[in-house]
Design a protein around this ligand. Structure first.
Ligand code: TXA
Ligand code: MG
Length: 343
C-alpha cells in the first residue's frame, strides 16, 4: 500500500505543483486530469518509472503507452522525424485529444512502447496537465488511470476508487470534458491511419491532410485481425456481466424491449427518449442527438453498473457512424464483445 497524496487546486498552489513535478522526475506515479480521461503518469524516459505505472494498473506490460508533452520543442528528441502530415495535424489539433504515432528515437525506452519501434505522443489541452508536464520538464507516459479491465476514469472519484493507495499523487479536477480517450493516428506511412477513434474523427483528419484511412481491425466484427494499436486488443471496457447492444430508432428499441419483457436482473442503458418512454428504466445515456454528452457520461454510466446487482446489461448504441458516434460505437462494441442486435 502506497501513501497517496491528494492534491487539490494545484494551479493555485505552486509549491504542490512543484512537488508533484519533482515526484515525476524522481520516478514516482502521479494521476492527473486531461480533457479526455484521467491519466496515470510517470517519467516516460525511465524504464523503472514506467514499471511503476504497470504495477499500479495491474495491466499487461506489452501495452505501449502515450507520451504526453506540453510544447512542440519536447517532440523533436523523441522521434526520428516529423512527417508533413503530422505537422499539419499538430497545427490543427494540438494541444488536444489527438495522439500521433511516430518512428521513435533512441531516447525513448522500449519499455514505453511495448517493444515497438514507434512511439505515441500527445499534447493534451487540459490546463492542469499542461502545467504539470511543463513543470516536470520531461515527457510523461500516461495510460488511462483505471485499474486494468475497468472503464477509463472521467471523474476524480473513479480515480480514487481505483488507485488510492497504489500511486504517489492524485491531482484532483472537474469531470473530464470529453470522456473518451484520444484519437490515435499513425503518421508513419503514406497517409494517416486511425488506430483508435476518438472525438477527432476520420473526416476531421481528412479535412486537414486530404486523406485518412482506418485500421481494418476496427471494423473486424469477429475480432480476428491484429490491431495496429496493441492496446485495442484488450477488452479494456468490458463490464463483468454480458452486455447486449440495441441499434435502431427509439420506436424499434421500445418495441423490442416490450416483446423481450422483463428478463431477470437486467441493467438498462437507454437514450433519454426511450428511457422516458419506459418509465425511467435503468440509466439515461443522454439525448440520442447529443452524442457529445453521451460520450462525456458513457464511462461513468458503465461504472454505475455493479456486477453483483445485475446479471445482464442491455444498452442502446448510436446509429451515427461519423464523428464522436464512431468513437462511442467503438467503445460499446468492444465492451459488449461485438454483440449487437440491429433493429
Ligand atoms: O486520451 C488518452 O489517450 C488517454 C489520456 C490519459 O491521455 N490515454 C490513454 O492511454 O488512453 P492508454 O494507454 O489507455 O491507451 C493508449 C492507446 C492504446 O490503444 C495503445 O495501443 C495505443 O494508444 N498506442 C500507444 N503506443 C502505440 C504505438 N507505438 N503504436 C500503436 N498504438 C499505440
Ligand atoms: Mg486505457
Amino acid at each position: 500500500m502506497k501513501q497517496t497524496q491528494l492534491i487539490e487546486n494545484i494551479l493555485q498552489n505552486r509549491a504542490l505543483l512543484e512537488l508533484a513535478a519533482k515526484g515525476l522526475r524522481d520516478g514516482l506515479t502521479v494521476v492527473f486530469p486531461t480533457e479526455t480521461v484521467y491519466g496515470l503518469g510517470a517519467n516516460g524516459l525511465s524504464a523503472s518509472a514506467i514499471d511503476g505505472i504497470y504495477e499500479a494498473k495491474g495491466r499487461p506490460s506489452d501495452n505501449p503507452l502515450i507520451l504526453h508533452i506540453s510544447n512542440e520543442a519536447m517532440l523533436k528528441p523523441l522521434v526520428k522525424h516529423i512527417p508533413d502530415m503530422a505537422l499539419k495535424l499538430m497545427a490543427a489539433f494540438w494541444p488536444g485529444p489527438l495522439t500521433l504515432v511516430f518512428e521513435k528515437s533512441a531516447v525513448v525506452p522500449l519499455r514505453a512502447t511495448g517493444g515497438l519501434g514507434t512511439v505515441a505522443i500527445r499534447m493534451p489541452r487540459h490546463p492542469l496537465a499542461l502545467a504539470l508536464i511543463e513543470a516536470a520538464g520531461i515527457p510523461i507516459a500516461a495510460p488511462s488511470a483505471n485499474l486494468s479491465g475497468k472503464p477509463s476514469p472521467t471523474d476524480f472519484e473513479h480515480v480514487v476508487e481505483d488507485l488510492f493507495g497504489r500511486v504517489d499523487f492524485i491531482v484532483a479536477s472537474e469531470p473530464s470534458e470529453i470522456g473518451l480517450e484520444s484519437t490515435v493516428v499513425d503518421v508513419t506511412g503514406e497517409v494517416p491511419v486511425i488506430l483508435r477513434p476518438g472525438s477527432i474523427s476520420t473526416s476531421d483528419v481528412r479535412r486537414v491532410v486530404g486523406a485518412c484511412s482506418e485500421d481494418p481491425a476496427l471494423k473486424d466484427v469477429k475480432e480476428q485481425l491484429k490491431p495496429k494499436s496493441p492496446g485495442m486488443k484488450y477488452r479494456h471496457y468490458a463490464p463483468e456481466v454480458p452486455m447486449l447492444l440495441l441499434e435502431g430508432s427509439a420506436e424499434k428499441v421500445l418495441d423490442w424491449l416490450e416483446k423481450a419483457g422483463e428478463q431477470g436482473r437486467t441493467a438498462y442503458l437507454l437514450f433519454e427518449d426511450t428511457w422516458e418512454a419506459t418509465g425511467y428504466k435503468g440509466l439515461n445515456l443522454g439525448k440520442r442527438d447529443d452524442l457529445d454528452t453521451v460520450a462525456r457520461r458513457l464511462f461513468q454510466n458503465l461504472r454505475h453498473i455493479k456486477a453483483k446487482e445485475y446479471d445482464k446489461i442491455i444498452c442502446e448504441i448510436p446509429t451515427e457512424t461519423e464523428g464522436i458516434g464512431e468513437a462511442i460505437r467503438n467503445r460499446l462494441l468492444k465492451a459488449a464483445g461485438q454483440s449487437v442486435i440491429k433493429l
